[in-house]
Structure formats: C-alpha cells, structure tokens
Write a protein that binds this ligand. Structure first.
Ligand code: FE2
Length: 377
C-alpha cells in the first residue's frame, strides 16, 4: 500500500470509501501570542507567512497567522480580549492544537454522514465568500476540545480562506524541506483509546492499522498503549495513545495533567532528506530529544544496510528503524511551548510504513529523562 507514505494529492479517491478525505487541510493552534509564535515557526522551522486575519482585515476579536511549507499549513490564532473562547482555551490548555482540519470534496455530505454515524457537531456547514471565491466548512468534535473542521475549497483561489489577506514573510524564512503531515497523534485518558478508535472507525470509516500494547511500549518506569487508525486512502493517520500502568507516571499522564484534557500530542512532518532538514533545524535552534550514543551500537544488526552514513545520523541523533517494507528515520523535538505537551516528529520514510516501534524504548527513556528534570516522573 504505497499510498500510506504519500502526501495528499487532489485525487485521493478510492472505490467504496464512505468518508472520502483528500488530506490534511491545515492545523490550527490556539496560542497566547500568535505574533511571536509565527516568528518562531518562520525562524526555527522555516515556514513562510502566507496569510493573515485580524483588526487590519476587519476582524476585531482575534488574530490568525497562516504559515506554510510545501503541503503543511499551520494557523496560529490568539484572542484579543480576555473573555474570548480562545483566551479561555489557552488559559486552560496552554498553547495547543484546536483544529485538525480535513480537506474533503463535499462538506454537506461529510458532515451529515458523520452526524448520522454518531459524531457531535462543533458547527454546522457554512459558506464563506470573498473576491477569491467560496469555501464551505463545518466541524465535528473529537477527543478533548479538539475538533475536525471539514473544508471544501474547490471553488476558492485565495491565499487561505475567505477573510484572510495574503502576506509575505518579512523574516527571511528558509524552508528546511518539510513536505507534508505524515500523522497526528492524540493522547487520551485511560480507557479512552478504544472509544476514540471506534469513533474513527464508525464515523469516518477508518481502519485499525496497528496496535501497540504496554509490552511493546514500556520502559522500567512507565508504559503506554497505542492504536493507529487510517482513512480510506491512507493519507490520514491518527495514532491514539492512552497511559498504561507502570512504576512511575506515564508520559501520557504527564501530558494529560498539563494539557488538562485529551489533546494532540505530536505532529509528524515528513522530509525527503532528514539529514539536511535536521541539520538546518538544529542550526535554527530547534531542541530535540537526546538518545545516548549506546543507542547506535546495535543499529547495523537491527536495521541492516541503509543509504545514510551512520556517523551523520549519530551526530544529529537521528533514530532508525526497519519494518518489512523498508526503513525509516525519525527524530522528536522537545515540547514547543512551556508546558510539556505538543511536540513535533521529523520523519523520513524509506519504504517503511510503520511508526518506529524499534525506537519506542530509546525514545520513551529519553522522554523520561526530561520528565525527571521537570520533577514529573
Ligand atoms: Fe509519531
């Protein structure tokens, strides 16, 4: 199934898909200071500023910055008043992902199908227009306060959505080779994983791709369980994690404590050249999790032949794993805000369609070292 590793092209339709999705449309964060976050994503991650909405465009209560790198579109939104819903969200959760927006061809149909199958509405279909055309949007709720906005944009040619004005980076943003969203991971409460897996199966016709139990993902101290669901064409992959019992506090519990609810844990973004991408990200000041040098001792026998120079991977602290289809290279940032909540994964797939199970132990030990430093292990 080669489709699993591809970004979302315009024609992702497969026969008998009862909930066709073309790909990830955008990911919206509610943040405390969108202006400064926007500069962080430009300077550190190489995104370009492409659109803006706020007082200068006639919107009085909020600002949104839209940043883009190849097929990845991030929206950073802040409230301008203290009693705003967005301000409340940020006060409760800290900076975090509010919207995982999905690009569909027919919002009316997708929305009503979802509701008939048990989804809860976040908002009903509405059509917005400006001089560039029209966009239809609706939204359904998922775990925590996160929502899936459904976006139909075939009759729209503007920079993002109606109401947004085109902008250009003033900062000399230099793309680092990030290409598309590979997967988005949710952390949910104990007992919530199966509920949300069933939600994606029932409502959107997703298939269960992989299950990891606490024997796959445990260290001396903490454990978690994870199931990965994927949509019909494979372009959308949502792993769902829940904490499992261990000797000490699971990293998932730490997330839930700080985020104060279920929510998005990490966003994996794909590159075609992880060595170049990570070199640039490191030079830009992005902070990555550290695995000890001993991690690399058994890489040749565990992974076999790879195209990259192992010393380069070691120097950049990039993790390697193999499955039956090939191998993958991956690396995880530290949280990108003060609360230990959302972080990014940088991934390059060389055939492998899996999620780096062979790296889980090293990765979770690295997270635990960070937890210990925060006093939350
Ligand atoms: Fe991941």
């Amino acid at each position: 199934m080669e489709t699993l590793t591809k970004a979302a092209p315009a024609t992702g339709a497969i026969p008998n898909d009862t909930f066709p999705i073309n790909g990830t449309d955008h990911i919206e964060f509610y943040v405390g200071n969108a202006k400064q976050s926007a500069l962080y994503y430009q300077a550190a991650f190489g995104f370009e500023w492409v659109a803006y909405m706020g007082p200068e465009t006639g919107v009085r209560d909020r600002v949104s910055y839209v940043l883009q790198q190849n097929k990845i579109r991030l929206v950073l939104t802040s409230a301008l008043t203290p009693d705003h819903e967005i301000a409340r969200h940020v006060a409760l959760h800290g900076d975090g992902v509010k919207v995982l927006a999905l690009w569909v061809d027919d919002v009316e149909k997708a929305y009503h199908t979802a509701l008939q199958r048990g989804a809860e509405s976040a908002f009903a279909p509405k059509t917005q227009r400006d001089e560039h055309g029209e966009v239809v949007m609706a939204a359904i709720k998922t775990y925590g306060e996160t929502i899936h906005t459904l976006v139909e944009r075939s009759r729209y040619a503007g920079p993002f959505l109606p109401g947004y004005a085109a902008r250009k980076s003033v900062y000399p943003a230099k793309p680092v080779g990030l290409q598309y969203v590979d997967h988005c991971v949710g952390n949910v409460e104990l007992g919530g994983m199966n509920k949300w897996v069933k939600f994606y199966q029932d409502v959107m016709g997703f298939k269960l791709l992989i299950t990891f139990d606490d024997k796959d993902i445990s260290t001396e101290y903490s454990a978690l369980m994870s199931k990965v669901v994927s949509n019909g064409n494979g372009y959308i992959k949502f792993p769902i994690n829940e904490p499992a019992k261990g000797l000490k506090k699971s990293q998932i519990e730490e997330y839930l404590d700080f985020y104060r609810s279920a929510g998005v844990q990490h966003i994996a973004v794909a590159t075609n050249d992880i060595i170049a991408t990570v070199s640039q990200l490191r030079a830009n000041g992005v902070d990555f999790l550290h695995v000890p040098e001993s991690y690399y001792d058994d890489v040749p026998e565990r992974v076999g032949a790879i195209e990259e120079n192992l010393d380069d991977l070691k120097k950049l602290n990039i993790l390697i794993d193999r499955d039956e289809d090939g191998y993958l290279l991956q690396l995880f940032t530290k949280p990108v805000q003060d609360r230990p909540t959302v972080f990014y994964e940088i991934i390059q797939r060389r055939g492998a369609k899996s999620f780096g199970k062979g790296n889980f132990k090293a990765l979770f030990e690295a997270i635990e070292r960070e937890q210990a430093l925060r006093g939350t292990l």
